[in-house]
Write a protein that binds this ligand. Structure first.
Ligand code: ATP
Ligand code: MG
Length: 756
């Protein structure tokens, strides 16, 4: 039996009204997510709905995982078959089964923003336009906005989806799309529009999914965009059992195309919708609720709602004025240690900042104080150079048409294929309407035909080695060899590892550690996935790293969480620090300059941040902070002014006068408040901790598996004879002479060889 006693009457209604459209609009912490979870449990347990008939859509993998755990707790059945997922992951999965309808193959690649940008750049280059004349981001913004509206090339839409063939960038859009298609790839926005296209063009496919998903639920509905709205509309067109929950005061993704019309139009599409409101907040103290309400009331573009709570008054909000950002970071380290000593576990504490770049300073302070922390999301681990390089190898293995991956690594490590040679090869690929890989493979095999492409013998031979390696790796993948083995082979035999190892600086050490970390990620994936394939691994990480989340952050006991406010949506912590509450920081300087609409979104963000706290809220700001390589004195955020004085205490910290700004800041020209420049991990300012190397385990001695004279079969090259053998165990190397007369050397560990 599902317990409904822990719900209030309106929440209960939302659970019991299972049939027909339902929309819950309610403030932060009013139990929207809890209600969704209970509704799913109720459907499963009381209404005997089968798990595969349910679809729940959330905004991040982490939110999806939390929901699944909560449901698993409440119901007696196995929740493995439940689809609780993000819009993007849902679409990716669906498209993998239906790819052939759209002329894609099921192993299509998902391109992230970096890759999209590379395409935009190459389109400009083809036209001979410099990135100074046209910023590739402007092209991407245009393309994004079309996709957010649900537009795909050729789609007929009432309002045109915002696309006009006369638009300056329309030609780029079309070319970009065909470029993706040629690479057998989709970008994030394209995942959604491809499903819309699929459903429109193939009504029988649509009706299959309409029949299957009897109940559909959407959390954080206020942050869906137009394309996602249309997707829901189609999917639920038949059964009509759609339940969405959201809070317009927490709409914080307008830059990603979130559309307030989705709330307004819901009632138009489903006129019989049951609209429910929840007003009681169960999360936060009276003080926090009152303060957050006072801030959000300053927004004019809202329907307005009353929030109240039965929770205790609680502590005053603590506003902390610091001398500079270093002191701010130290305050957080000291205060969290103090809270910990008083019995608050670290996992109940969180630090929220407006932009990722603010994290490093705080990380440094926590590390110095030996406090375990976790940077949630924005880590951009998968955006670090070495990680992207190795992922490109892996991507090329599963999709040879992935020309971006290929051009990224064709000369990494150096194979003599410089920018000019690469350009020649790319032009040849475009002219013969094929992929870069095909061209390279052909050149290696039939050099004569391509005499017009002038490449030295040395380049040709290194290209040939490269092609051989990738083909070998592909065979391993097809033979279901473990992804971690394939990764290790790629890392070592490509020469990438040796190439990094040749440098001895800190940065390289950190890079090598990151590559180890990637191996950990792959191994963890192997342990958790039912069928661990390389493409499966690549899919999880592409989808995970695009959200603002790093997975499982809070699950790890005893770590304080650091995250952007965007990433904090839906979460709650007993103790929360909102940092950098200064003008031009929070609100960001962009919003300060761009008028009321942007400012209201900024205020909603502040509201989201405040309402994460259950017991105690800290708001900190620095008098001076390094921005754009200069110390700026911004003054406290206007949002602090909007909190009634009676609700806070104000503490002014004494600064460390002596260390001022000389060595306490790293300087540099990056813009810490630019959402698009979050790769500060790559910069050499970061002081990496170097792990002490553990003592080497004693070597064990094995017999060689393939001693000289063994007859063997290699799955790519066929039968052969071992001519020489060296080493044993993981170190064993062999030279094989194949029946066609060719000789090749292999690391046995990595080679698909068996005794004949
Ligand atoms: P947000 O807008 O931040 O996503 P939400 O509306 O989804 O918030 P929940 O996260 O579902 O809110 O709930 C907030 C907290 O209140 C949770 O700790 C939840 O367990 C608790 N809660 C919700 N409803 C009730 C209730 N009826 N009785 C007791 N506690 C409740
Ligand atoms: Mg929620």
């Amino acid at each position: 039996m599902i317990k409904l006693d822990s719900l209030n009457p309106v929440q209960k209604q939302a659970v019991l009204n299972t049939d027909g459209p339902v929309m819950i609009l309610a403030g932060a912490g009013s139990g929207k997510t809890k209600t969704l979870v209970t509704r799913i449990s109720y459907l499963l347990e009381e209404k005997n709905v089968s798990a595969h008939q349910l679809l729940a859509l959330t905004f991040s993998n982490k939110a999806a995982r939390e929901m699944r755990e909560r449901i698993a707790h409440e119901v007696s059945m196995d929740v493995g078959a439940l689809q609780i997922t993000t819009f993007h992951a849902f679409c990716a999965k669906l498209l993998r089964s239906e790819a052939n309808y759209l002329g894609l193959s099921r192993n299509f690649t998902i391109y992230d923003e970096g890759e999209s940008k590379a395409i935009a750049k190459s389109l400009l280059e083809r036209r001979g336009i410099s990135t100074k004349e046209i910023n590739p981001y402007d092209i991407l913004t245009y393309i994004d906005s079309l996709k957010n509206n649900g537009y795909y090339p050729g789609r007929v839409m009432q309002d045109g989806g915002g696309a006009e063939p006369s638009d300056e960038f329309f030609g780029y859009f079309e070319e970009y799309e065909s470029e993706l298609h040629r690479a057998n790839a989709l970008d994030f926005g394209g995942l959604i529009t491809a499903v819309i296209q699929l459903f429109e063009k193939f009504p029988d496919v649509l009706s299959r999914y309409q029949n299957r998903f009897v109940y559909v639920l959407v959390d954080e509905y206020q942050d869906t965009n137009r394309a996602q709205f249309e997707l829901i509309k189609m999917l639920c067109g038949k059964r009509r059992n759609i339940c969405v929950v959201g809070d317009e005061d927490q709409s914080i993704y307008s830059w990603r195309g979130a559309d307030i019309r989705n709330i307004l139009d819901f009632e138009k599409v489903w006129p019989d919708v049951k609209v429910l409101k929840l007003e009681q907040n169960y999360r936060s103290s009276k003080t926090i609720i009152e303060a957050a309400s006072c801030v959000i009331e300053k927004n004019t573009m809202r329907k307005g709602k009353h929030m109240w709570t039965d929770n205790p008054e609680g502590d005053a909000i603590e506003i902390v004025e610091c001398f500079n950002d270093k002191d701010e970071a130290e305050f957080i380290a000291n205060e969290s240690a103090k809270l910990y000593r008083a019995g608050v576990p670290y996992k109940e504490m969180a630090v929220f900042y407006r932009s990722n770049a603010q994290a490093r300073q705080i990380e440094d302070a926590l590390r110095k104080s030996k406090i375990n922390y976790r940077v949630v999301g924005g880590v951009k681990f998968y955006e670090r150079k070495e990680i992207k390089d190795m992922l490109s190898y892996l991507r090329l293995i599963i999709n040879s048409k992935d020309s971006l991956a290929l051009s990224r690594i064709i000369n990494v490590p150096a194979r003599g294929v410089g920018a000019t040679s690469l350009r020649k090869l790319e032009v040849e690929a475009v002219n013969s309407n094929t992929s870069l890989w095909d061209i390279i493979e052909k050149i290696v095999d039939h050099a004569g035909e391509f005499a017009h492409i002038k490449l030295s013998a040395k380049i040709k031979s290194s290209l040939s080695e490269f092609v051989t390696l990738i083909n070998e790796l592909r065979v391993l993948d097809q033979n279901k060899v473990k992804p971690s083995t394939i990764y290790e082979k790629a890392l070592h035999e490509s020469g990438y590892y040796a190439f990094l190892k040749a440098n001895k600086d800190y940065e390289t050490l950190a890079r090598l550690e990151n590559l180890d970390e990637l191996l950990n990620a792959i191994t963890q994936f192997e342990d958790s996935a039912e069928v661990p394939t390389l493409s499966g691994f690549l899919e999880t990480i592409t989808l995970d790293s695009n959200t603002e989340f790093d997975e499982g952050a809070r699950a790890v006991d005893g770590e304080i969480s650091l995250m952007t406010v965007h990433g904090a949506k839906g979460l709650e912590f007993t103790h929360a620090f909102v940092v950098g509450a200064e003008e031009n920081v929070f609100p960001s300087y962009r919003s300060v300059d761009s008028g009321e609409i942007a400012m209201e979104e900024e205020r909603r963000l502040f509201y989201v941040a405040m309402t994460r706290a259950m017991i105690k809220l800290y708001i900190t700001f620095a008098q001076g902070r390094m921005l754009f390589g200069q110390v700026k004195f911004n003054g406290p955020s206007r949002f602090i002014d909007e909190i009634p004085e009676k609700l806070y205490s104000w503490k002014k910290l004494k600064g460390h006068q002596e260390d001022r700004y000389d060595n306490s800041f790293s300087g540099g020209n990056y813009d810490p408040y630019d959402q698009s420049q979050e790769s500060y991990y790559d910069s050499d300012e970061v002081v990496y901790q170097v792990k002490e190397t553990a003592a080497q385990p004693p070597k064990t001695y094995h017999q060689p598996k393939f001693p000289k004279g063994s007859k063997v079969v290699h799955s790519l090259y066929g039968a052969g004879l071992v001519e020489s053998s060296e080493g044993a165990g993981a170190e064993e190397k062999v030279q094989i002479k194949f029946t066609d007369g060719n000789r090749k050397k292999f690391m046995v560990k990595f080679a698909p060889i068996v005794l004949a």
